[in-house]
Each structure stands twice: as C-alpha cells, then as structure tokens.
Design a protein around this ligand. Structure first.
Ligand code: WTA
Length: 649
C-alpha cells in the first residue's frame, strides 16, 4: 500500500452521513469563509439551548482575547444532560466496563440524578461556588464524569489531572490553579489488581497548600489514610443529597475548565476553555467526524485526564445525546483481544484510539480482531500523533475489515476539538493524512513569511481566524498565552495562531502533519516538554547539565533521550546506578510517563558560543542521522563527534 493510495468513503455509509460528499463539505467551508459570523451564529443558535440568547457572535477587537456568543447564558451540564431528558431519559448515556469486566449502564436520567447529587454535595458540604477551582484526580470510572459535570453545573472550574502524574506534578498544578478541593478515589483496578491514587494526593498536600478538603470516591476499598476534617467519603455522603440542583446560569465566556499541558518551558500551562464556544464545537465535531446516529454506541479509549477524554468521552458525546463507553482497564489485559471483545459485546459503532495503542495491539495481537464479530464498526478514529502506514493498514484491514472510514483527527488541548480531519462520509482518505480543515476552521500551512506554503514544502500549521473552541488563555499568565501561540507567525501583518506543528500540502491539497517544531516530545500520544523533563533531571545532585530530545520509538512514537553531563563521572558501573536514580527522580517529579528510554553520559554538550544548546544536532545523533548542520560555530565542535561515537558505534 503506497501512501498515495486513496480510499473512498463507503457508499452506503455516505448516503446516510451528516456530510455526504465533498461538495457538501465545500459548501459549508465556503459559507464560513464568506460569512464567518453568520456561519457560527447559525450553529450557535441551532445546536445549543440558551437560557438567554446571545447578542453578538464574536468580538475579536481585543485579539487574541476573543469573545464568542456575547450576552448569551447557558450551562454546560444542562447541554449535556437536562435537555435530553424529554426524548432520551432511558437511553444509556454512559456504559462503563471495569478492569475486571464489571459493567454498569447509566441512563440519561440516572446521569441527571448522579450529577445533581454530586453538585449538591460539592455546594452544600464543601462550599464550592461559581469560579472556584476544583482538582479532579480520578481513575476512569463514571464518577470522574459526574465530578466534571457537577463542577460545570455549579460554574466551578475543574482541572482534571491524569492519574499517571506524580504528587509533585499535582502540587504544582494545585498551586497554580489555587484550588480549594481535590476530588479523587482511593484507587482503582488495573490488570486485576488494585492500584492507589489517594496516597499520591496525600503526599501532594504535604506542606502549605490551598486545598482544604479532599473528597474520596471509594472504588477499590483498599485501606487509605484519612485526615480528619479534610478527607470525606463520597460513598457515605452522596445519597444524603437531593437529586435536583439548579444549573448555574453561565455567561458564554465563563471558564469551564483548565487543563495543564506541556509547553516549551519547564512549567506546564493551564489551558483555559470557556463555556459556550467549547461545548458547541465539542458537539459539532462529534456529529460531523464520528457521524454518531441515535442508536449507536461510541467508544473513545482515552483517559479523562487528557483533552481527548474531556471532549470526546464526556462533553462531546453527552452534548449530542450519544452513548459513550468508559473503560477502566488497559487494552492488552487479559490479552490484546480485550478491545475487540468489547466492540463485539457492546456492538460498538465508532471506535477512537491513539496510534500508539494501535501499534501495541497490532504487535501483541495481530490476529485477535479476527476472533470477534466487529461488523458493528463504521468509523475508526485516531488521535495524538501521526499514524504510520503499517499501523494504519492493520487498523483499516484487520479491525475495519476494509469497510470503515478512518478519521485521522488532528487537534490539540488548545483547539478544544478536532480542527483537521476527514469526514467519514465525504473525504477520500489517504493513510497518515489528516486531510482537510473542518468547516469553519481557517487552517493553513504558512511559511516563515506568512505565505501559504508551496506544495511539498514543510511549513507551519496555523489557524488564521479565531474559532469558538479556541484556548482562551493560559491560567494566570496573559503574556505567556500571547507569546506561546501568537508570537511566531504573522499573516498579512497580523499575528495568527500557530499550533507548534509542522505540516505539508500534497498535490491534492491534503494536509499531512509532520510533528512538533518546538521542544515538545510526543510520547505515546502524550505531550512532554523537554524543559520539564530536564528540570526534573537537574534535581539529581550529580547532574551538571542535561539536554533532552525525542527519538523515534517503534511503539511509543517517540521516546525520551537524555544527554547528561555529570558533575563527577565515576565510570560505567556507577552510571547504571545513576540512570536508575535519575529515572526515580523523574517518577517523583512528573510520573512514569516521562521516564527516559535512553540516557547517555556525555563529556560536554554542543553549544553555540552564546551558550545555547544545539538540540537539533542532538536530535540527529539520537536518530542516528548524519550530521549535516554547520558545527563550526560551536564552542567545542569536537564534542559532536565524541557524542556521536558514544551513541552510534
Ligand atoms: C499531535 C491531543 C499528527 C500534534 C488531541 C499536536 C497529531 C499534539 C495528531 C497535541 C494527528 C495530535 N496527527 N499529530 N492526528 N493529533 N497530534 O494537546 O503534535 O495532547 O500538537 O492533544 O499532538 O497534543 P494534545
């Protein structure tokens, strides 16, 4: 299969799809281009239920601070629950499968009760109010979704932290967000064994902290320490609350959540999303890109701790009134047929996962899909990193039986929802290619001068007009928001949003994302800032200097490669100990997801005379590429050869 091969949408599928062909796509995109506010205003009216209608579609007079749907009032939890009760009260909202195969189906009416009780508990017992920040550190259980929606109901701003992050990482985020409460669980189950979260929270709260209360969902009922007056059991308290809680009327631009993500400095950024624009785009992209029908069952395997879990497990599916599957376990346990067994059992129609998971499932269970009835599948999605042709081929053939659309969805924490993606009933797809901007998204590949990049030439993936689900700010840091996203590229003299990714057009105008152009590494679809990892490594007493780069990894996409200059070099035996000690520090500072795959102890780092580390050279060495960069301007050009020999011979 060559990369140029084109796969047309299934004709039967296209007939009933929301967007049926490329003409319909083009009409929508033309409408948005010609009448941007008309386009968005029309969808804003049609798709959302307003408590008070908006009076202005967009105000970008203070760009890059942009307001959408000004004057409007709504509540995101009502969008996701209340408005479906007339027609779907007994429809499954969430289907949960636990690690050990335990199952739970939560209807929209039950979801309503659970979220309302949760909101009342937060309000009555913990005084959570509009604008308060609430940290959610939870496993993949329905209570995580209830917690998010309960915050939305009260107008509190949630910040979900992925369960793989360490106590130190929680501490930083708690402090930055100035959160008053953490919602967590004792732990959960993984590979048939309990694992713990509450002890990590306990550790994160040692010393000074703004957090006064901890609400603990008991999931695995393991023993945990209990701090009197601070820690409370959800299980004991929840049924004391009433199952009706009036939704807080929220301005369109009131914040909905913060989600911390990695950037090019050592400090993660609290990406802020607001209410109306975010929920509108979550719903619209759910409908367009996954083409979910009324009786469909949709499963996204992400974790709620990442943006994919926010938009495409909780907010998007529920806003459109779909049935969303939540899975606590790991896809390869008890074997690599687990997802396919679940697809058969729940008759899943849309399945959405990351290339890294596809590669692992392929490697560990090439023939597993053939053992199950996967005929319910219509749309297969991928997200998080470019998908390589072998993984794509296996996904298309073995999982999709040559019959499903693959939607390679390109987006980011900051974009709120998909921005470049095939439409399953319309777009002829090419493997590894995110294809075209979605209607309403003015995405363009630009060169350094802000001109459209010529075909075949790598450029910068930009979005030239603000869109409703765009990041509204970096929490507490206006300057960083402007600098990180609007500082690099200008079009017609005006700053535009730059994603940080490189991309290229082909002859047919298709967009292929080529990966980050900044110091962000994509490990198993998770964003890691090199500066963050470096800051952790520097905490080791014997480390003088460090530079971290990404290196292609067969399963993870990219692995972390660290070049370390020690203060004292005591020889190889000690180096092994040193490596273990350094990874142990990373585990404490960030979590297991940031462990280094490779470390090399070098006698020096390639630096310019002004002291800047030349990471490009280190990336080439890690990849085993020939060094083509000019090294004559380095402080010590000889060090390049030395390091290269250490790594590649
Ligand atoms: C990368 C995840 C290629 C990209 C939703 C982006 C992709 C970063 C794709 C955002 C894709 C995401 N093809 N690369 N389909 N989707 N990326 O914020 O580098 O965790 O900037 O959001 O993932 O990662 P984030």
């Amino acid at each position: 299969m060559s990369e140029k091969q084109v796969f047309k949408p299934n004709k039967e599928f296209a007939k009933n799809a929301l967007i049926k062909n490329m003409c319909e796509y083009q009409d929508l995109q033309d409408w948005a281009t010609e009448d941007y506010e008309g386009f968005w205003g029309s969808y804003g009216k049609e798709k959302l239920d307003w408590m008070e209608p908006f009076t202005k579609v967009m105000d970008d007079s203070n760009f890059p601070f942009v307001n959408w749907f000004e004057g409007g009032k709504l509540n995101v939890s009502s969008q996701c629950i209340d408005r479906h009760l007339d027609t779907k009260k007994n429809k499954a909202a969430i289907i949960f499968e636990g690690d050990r195969g335990d199952k739970q189906i939560v209807t929209y009416l039950e979801l309503y009760y659970n979220v309302n009780k949760f909101a009342n508990l937060l309000k009555n017992k913990f005084d959570v109010k509009k604008g308060d920040r609430v940290i959610i550190y939870m496993p993949m259980i329905p209570e995580a979704a209830y917690a998010m929606l309960a915050c939305a109901r009260l107008g509190a701003i949630h910040s979900v932290i992925f369960g793989g992050f360490s106590a130190e990482a929680i501490k930083d985020r708690v402090k930055d967000a100035d959160a008053k409460i953490i919602i967590t669980a004792d732990g959960a189950f993984r590979k048939d064994k309990p694992y713990m979260l509450k002890p990590v929270v306990d550790k994160a709260l040692e010393g000074a902290t703004p957090v006064k209360k901890v609400l603990v969902v008991q999931r695995n009922f393991e023993d945990v320490e209990w701090v009197a007056g601070r820690d409370y059991s959800y299980n004991e308290l929840i049924d004391l609350e009433s199952s009706h809680c009036d939704p807080e009327p929220m301005d369109s631009e009131d914040p909905l959540f913060l989600l911390y993500t990695s950037g090019s400095t050592g400090k993660p950024k609290g990406v802020q999303h607001n209410s109306a624009g975010y929920i509108l785009w979550a719903q619209m992209t759910m409908e367009w890109v996954f083409d979910v029908k009324e009786n469909d069952t949709y499963w996204c395997t992400a974790d709620v701790g990442w943006i994919t879990g926010h938009t495409y497990i909780v907010y998007g599916p529920l806003a459109m009134g779909a049935t969303t599957v939540m899975f606590e376990g790991v896809p390869t346990y008890p074997d690599a047929g687990r997802p396919w067994k679940m697809v058969e059992e729940y008759r899943i129609n849309q399945f959405y996962t990351a290339p890294t998971a596809i590669r692992v499932l392929h490697k560990m269970g090439e023939d597993e899909p053939g053992k199950y009835d996967l005929s319910s599948l219509k749309v297969l999605g991928t997200v998080g990193e470019p998908i390589d042709p072998p993984a794509w081929k296996w996904y298309y053939e073995a999982v999709g039986n040559n019959n499903c659309a693959i939607v390679d969805t390109y987006w980011q924490t900051e974009t709120g929802g998909h921005v470049i993606s095939p439409l399953p009933g319309a777009t002829p797809i090419k493997p590894g290619c995110a294809t075209f901007p979605l209607p309403g998204i003015m995405a363009e590949i630009l060169d350094d001068e802000g001109n459209k990049a010529p075909v075949g030439e790598k450029g910068l993936m930009c979005i030239t007009r603000p869109w409703p689900a765009m990041i509204r700010g970096v929490w507490g840091d206006k300057e960083r928001f402007i600098k990180a996203y609007f500082g690099d590229v200008k079009k017609d003299g005006k700053p535009v949003y730059f994603t940080g990714d490189g991309a290229v057009y082909d002859d047919d105008g298709y967009i292929t994302i080529t990966g980050r152009t900044d110091d962000v590494i994509n490990v198993s679809g998770h964003r890691m800032g090199t500066a963050e990892v470096e800051a952790a490594i520097k905490k080791h007493d014997n480390v003088a200097e460090v530079a971290v780069v990404g290196k292609p990894h067969p399963l993870k996409g990219e692995g972390i490669f660290a070049y370390i200059l020690l203060k004292e070099d005591d020889g190889v035996a000690d180096e092994l100990e040193e490596m273990k000690a350094i990874n142990a520090i990373i585990k404490i500072e960030i979590g297991n997801i940031a462990l280094c795959d490779d470390m090399v102890f070098v006698p020096g780092l390639p630096k310019t005379r002004s002291g800047k580390i030349m990471r490009r050279i280190l990336r080439s060495i890690a990849k085993g590429e020939e060094i083509t960069q000019d090294i004559s301007t380095l402080e010590d050009p000889g060090v390049v050869d030395t390091i290269n020999k250490m790594v590649n011979s």
